[in-house]
Design a protein around this ligand. Structure first.
Ligand code: AMP
Length: 216
């Protein structure tokens, strides 16, 4: 049996951090449409150029593009997926349902990561990641042990996202409330929703997610 889950929550809720923990702990594969789009924009393809401006403004890229990216990844198969940052609209949620049906997979749980908006602004404006291994850091809550060097892999390629500033974040939050938050009701009605406290410590959030997945 494979496990397929969605991590649902506003930007800065900790979806990427928890997805990485689930990859390590359970051998699931993180499918982050944000990461795929960031890879596409640096690859210099036409699609990459088109999405770059949209992303920097903090708006959502078209459903067609992200559904296409997810379709390709699902076709590769695997041990189970963690959808991180997808779906973000009702059309994407319907498309994901259809894709899972086509490939004979099921959706186990939608983990709703609850956080308040004040905390999101603090989290996002201090965030940076390792460009080599993807580890996520924060200026105040999780700095690197040695300044400028990744604790995990030793790389000095530490980066801040172009859209992690207050202006883009306001747009990203609005996009979340207008287009993504209806998915909470959508998955509740499908009996898939499981809320966790996204403001708790990283390991405590991971424990709450594990309890959901193990049915405790
Ligand atoms: P994230 O890394 O998930 O915060 O995504 C960064 C940006 O990529 C978002 O602000 C959007 O511009 C775009 N993006 C990522 N995932 C999606 C999606 N499922 N639908 C539309 N746009 C997306």
């Amino acid at each position: 049996m494979t496990t397929n889950i969605i991590l649902l929550g506003p930007p800065g809720a900790g979806k990427g951090t928890q997805a990485r923990k689930l990859e390590e702990g359970r051998g699931l594969m993180q499918l982050s449409t944000g990461d795929m789009l960031r890879a596409a924009r640096t690859s210099g393809t036409e699609m990459g150029q088109r999405v770059a401006e949209v992303m920097d403004r903090g708006e959502l890229v078209t459903d067609e593009i992200v559904i296409g990216l997810i379709r390709e990844k699902l076709a590769e198969g695997g041990n189970g997926f963690i959808f991180d940052g997808f779906p973000r609209t009702l059309a994407q949620a319907d498309a994901l349902g259809a894709l899972l049906d086509e490939t004979g997979m099921t959706l186990d749980s939608v983990i709703e990561m609850r956080v308040d908006d004040e905390a999101l602004v603090r989290r996002i404006t201090g965030r940076f990641t390792c460009g080599n291994c993807g580890e996520v850091y924060h200026d105040d809550t999780k700095p690197t042990a040695k300044p400028g060097i990744c604790d995990v892999c030793g790389s000095d390629d530490l980066k801040r996202r172009a859209d992690d500033n207050e202006d883009s974040l306001k747009t990203r939050l609005l996009e979340y409330y207008k287009k993504t938050s209806p998915l909470i009701g959508y998955y509740y009605a499908k009996d898939k929703l499981a809320p966790v406290d996204g403001l708790a410590e990283i390991d405590e959030v991971a424990r709450q997610i594990s309890a959901v997945l193990d049915g405790k």
